[in-house]
Design a protein around this ligand. Structure first.
Ligand SMILES: Nc1nc2c(c(=O)[nH]1)N[C@H]1C(S)=C(S)[C@@H](COP(=O)(O)OP(=O)(O)OC[C@H]3O[C@@H](n4cnc5c(=O)[nH]c(N)nc54)[C@H](O)[C@@H]3O)O[C@H]1N2
Ligand SMILES: Nc1nc2c(c(=O)[nH]1)N[C@H]1C(S)=C(S)[C@@H](COP(=O)(O)OP(=O)(O)OC[C@H]3O[C@@H](n4cnc5c(=O)[nH]c(N)nc54)[C@H](O)[C@@H]3O)O[C@H]1N2
Ligand code: SF4
Ligand SMILES: [Mo]
Length: 749
């Protein structure tokens, strides 16, 4: 075993906490928080210690695979795989147009560097449409953000006097640095308050000063009432609104009409408590908010994002310590441009992303513009998109499906070719979840070991695919290779000259960087070459903030990233910078969105319940718990409890249905049926049940048998059950029927 603690990061959620590890014979044998990581500062949750279950999963891929006509797979060598795949996509392009090649994924919770190289191949082939998991959670919020100020905001919970969590359980799902430490600090400090809006008594709600226990799916009424209290009780920050916000009068007019008492009743929250929470927001020196899947994957999701943001805008909680911020980005997580439409169903393409829910319909049709081929990288859509049966049928019908993954997934099993990726500990990796303000962090992780034999890192996979297309004459790259050997300054000059002389190179930039700068980087770090371009962009976009962080220019920033094994702070902002980050020319927030205001008025007569006699309960399909991590860990032995992902149900419902703790229940929805182990829980409201996410993935045991513990949530969800503006799914609000399974069979869900 090496004596050294090597810095890397946990890859199980978007926080990517820095960890240090000891490696023995390719095993991550010791893991602890990295005190030198600028954001996480030594913090981890319970999950980081289980990372070896990812690194050494028995289900890892070790050879490119090609599907035989009988559906089985044969191992093929990399050269064969690359040339057949490139030829296959070129054939689709020539016959039907490159825009029929659809790209899904590009990175999970810990790995966005590989996906950064996909653009070169996709552009070269003429592909236009793409998507990933953000299109089943964040695109509605993005649509509102684009109208309001043109950027993504984050709260500064560490310093907020009042923290508001709406459909967000950070004790379990984390999502901001050192979440449990910060939550405990807030709970202990009598001068600070926490407001939680959630139907469940979550571990976060237990720490709250105000728990607005809404009935599932009624947040729009709750949030409209909160905003209306601010307006009707004249609690808005008028100076801030006058100086920085447009469209306030239209919002005020609609809010003046909201019947607060009636809405409080309709969402099931005591009116006095609701008013007290609104007043607490208004009286605070600083407020930070976090909305997440509890509203983003529930009815009225885009409207709820709109209303939530009004709370902090109306009270002027922007551009000051402890409030909301428009942070810098090291690389864009979202595409730019207005709302386009998908080729078949005409669904909204927000932030450049096709809604995940329409993927099956964009394929399973004889429409001439349907997607005919697909590349899936680091994602498991056959399991993670609504209506798995429809998704599987669609993926199977494609003329060509290529999956790049570390493991044999539900999606890989439908592919024509499966390409085995090196794990995130076997290559340089990083995430673009760099969302903090005023200090924003970027962490390039160095490889801890050689790639598992037979695997390749994504930058190399994409480079080989581009090479196979023959779109770049290698002679054009020679001057850049020479300049790279002479240092970054020489490279910068040569790069600008080459790209302006040859626009064709501009189309395949990540490839050019990998092929020319990559070889000049320290051993094992060629895959970091694309970061050079991103560092230049960051230095141009935020020159003062990058310099404040100690980096003179883009080259200095890139060098610091290469050298900083525990991550580097790449921007240090001042609070006033928030205004400069607004993209509207007048640098003012624009709050008037007519569709949203009409929807608020329409709430008066809209139904608050979407259940029926047939499906009388609300199922939240995909809750985050102590032992869930999306589909990243397939080996079920990583879990210390909740081994088969219990269905949580209130004592009242358990009694009336005849369920007991540890018994079995059948769950039936419009889409399908499943069986689960029951956990009777006081945390649940009557009428509401929940199942965790990340279960129902299969795992090949040592003896060759396969296990699939728990319920795959998307066996129970439907593609049409989605938001009208963004197409985001209502996974947290699936009408369902729950029955007792007689005979207490312990079959697998
Ligand atoms: N442990 C763990 N952490 C994770 C992940 C993981 O898989 N496991 N995944 C990561 C990812 S990809 C994401 S996107 C985040 C998601 O993080 P969260 O959004 O916090 O996760 P969820 O548990 O899915 O949903 C949050 C809350 O919504 C509540 N909820 C359900 N219905 C409603 C409703 O109608 N109204 C309101 N207001 N609330 C409702 C649930 O009770 C739950 O507490 O977590 C990240 N962190
Ligand atoms: N019903 C329901 N459905 C949901 C949700 C829900 O709450 N309920 N949540 C949704 C949300 S918020 C999200 S974020 C999505 C997540 O769903 P997906 O986008 O499918 O992402 P993951 O489940 O994280 O799967 C990541 C994949 O990447 C692979 N992988 C890991 N490391 C590497 C690597 O280095 N290279 C490559 N090429 N592959 C790698 C893993 O093996 C795994 O197959 O699920 C969504 N689906
Ligand atoms: S799961 Fe998230 S919060 Fe927990 S250690 Fe990993 S990155 Fe940090
Ligand atoms: Mo997510």
């Amino acid at each position: 075993m090496s004596d050294d603690w090597q810095p890397t990061a946990c890859i199980l959620c978007e926080c990517n906490c820095g960890v240090v590890v000891k490696v023995d014979d390719r095993r991550l044998v010791k893991i602890r928080g990295d005190k030198d990581h600028p954001a996480s500062q030594g913090y981890t949750c319970n999950k980081a210690l289980r990372l070896d279950h990812y690194q050494n999963s028995r289900n890892r891929l070790t050879s490119p695979l090609r599907r035989r006509s009988d559906g089985s797979y044969e191992e093929i060598d990399w050269d064969t795989a690359i040339s057949e795949i490139a030829a296959g996509f070129a054939m689709i392009r020539d016959a039907h147009g490159g825009d029929k090649v659809f790209y899904y994924g590009g990175g999970g919770q810990g790995n966005h560097l590989g996906g950064a190289y996909s653009g070169a191949f996709l552009k070269a082939i003429g592909s236009r449409y793409r998507s990933n998991a953000l299109a089943q959670e964040k695109t509605g919020e993005h649509w509102v953000d684009a109208h309001f100020y043109g950027g993504h905001t984050r709260g500064e919970f560490e310093h907020a006097e009042v923290s508001v969590f709406i459909g967000k359980n950070p004790w379990m799902s984390q999502s901001f640095p050192r979440a449990r430490v910060v939550l405990n600090e807030i709970a202990k400090d009598p001068a600070r308050s926490m407001i939680v809006i959630d139907p469940v008594i979550t571990d976060t709600a237990k720490l709250a000063d105000f728990h607005l226990r809404v009935r599932p799916g009624t947040d729009a009424w709750c949030l409209a009432a909160l905003a209306a209290v601010l307006v009707q009780e004249q609690l808005c920050d008028e100076a801030f609104l006058a100086d920085h916000v447009n469209g306030v009068e239209a919002v005020r007019a609609v809010m003046a009409d909201v019947p607060i008492g009636d809405y409080a009743q309709r969402c099931g929250v005591d009116e006095g408590l609701l008013r007290a929470a609104a007043r607490r927001i208004a009286s605070a020196a600083s407020v930070s908010v976090f909305e997440d899947l509890g509203i983003q994957q529930a009815p009225n999701s885009t409207l709820c994002s709109y209303l939530n943001k009004l709370l902090w805008i109306l009270t002027g909680n922007f551009a000051k310590r402890g409030a909301q911020h428009l942070h810098s980005s090291f690389a864009p997580l979202f595409g730019v441009g207005g709302v386009g439409r998908t080729p078949v169903t005409g669904a909204p393409v927000i932030a450049g992303l096709v809604p995940s829910n329409v993927v099956p319909q964009e394929i399973l049709t004889d429409h001439p513009d349907r997607f005919r081929a697909m590349i899936v990288e680091s994602s498991n859509p056959a399991h993670s998109i609504a209506d798995s049966a429809a998704v599987c049928a669609a993926l199977e019908s494609l003329e060509l499906l290529v999956v790049i993954d570390v493991a044999m997934t539900e999606t890989a099993r439908l592919a024509d070719y499966v390409l085995p990726a090196a794990s995130q500990f076997e290559k340089p990796e990083a995430t673009f979840f760099n969302l903090e303000f005023p200090h924003n962090t970027f962490h390039l992780r160095h490889p801890l070991m050689e790639p598992l034999p037979g695997t390749l890192a994504e930058p190399e996979i994409w480079a080989r695919l581009v090479r196979a297309l023959g779109v770049v004459d290698d002679a054009e790259l020679a001057p850049l290779r020479k300049a790279a050997a002479a240092g970054l300054d020489a490279y910068a000059v040569a790069f600008l000259a080459a790209v302006s002389a040859n626009p064709g190179l501009g189309r395949v930039l990540p490839y050019v960087l990998y092929e020319t700068l990559g070889p000049a980087l320290p051993e094992g770090l060629a895959g970091a070459a694309a970061l050079w371009g991103l560092a230049q962009k960051a230095a141009m976009a935020y020159p003062a903030a990058v310099q404040r962080a100690g980096h003179a220019d883009g080259n200095a920033l890139f060098s610091a990233i290469l050298a900083g094994r525990s991550g580097v702070t790449f921007t240090v902002h001042e609070y006033a910078d928030d205004f400069a980050l607004i993209t509207h020319p007048d640098r003012r927030i624009a709050v008037e969105i007519p569709e949203m205001l009409a929807d608020i008025s329409a709430l008066r007569t809209a139904p608050t319940a979407l259940t029926s006699v047939e499906f009388p309960m609300v199922l939240s399909a995909g809750e985050r718990r102590a032992y869930t991590a999306n589909d990243i860990l397939r080996d079920p032995s990583w879990r210390k409890r909740d081994v088969d992902g219990a269905l949580r149900i209130s004592p009242q419902d358990a009694t009336s249905i005849g369920l007991v703790d540890g018994g079995r229940a059948r769950i039936t929805t419009a889409a399908g049926t499943a069986e689960a182990t029951v956990e009777v829980s006081d945390a649940m409201l009557a009428g509401h049940v929940s199942l965790p996410n990340g279960y129902g993935v299969d795992y090949l045991e040592a003896d060759g048998s396969s296990t699939t513990p728990g319920v795959a949530p998307n066996a129970l969800t439907s593609t049409e059950w989605r938001d009208v503006y963004a197409g985001t799914p209502w996974h947290k609000h699936v009408p369902a029927r729950i029955e007792s399974v007689s005979g207490v069979s312990r079959g697998i869900g």
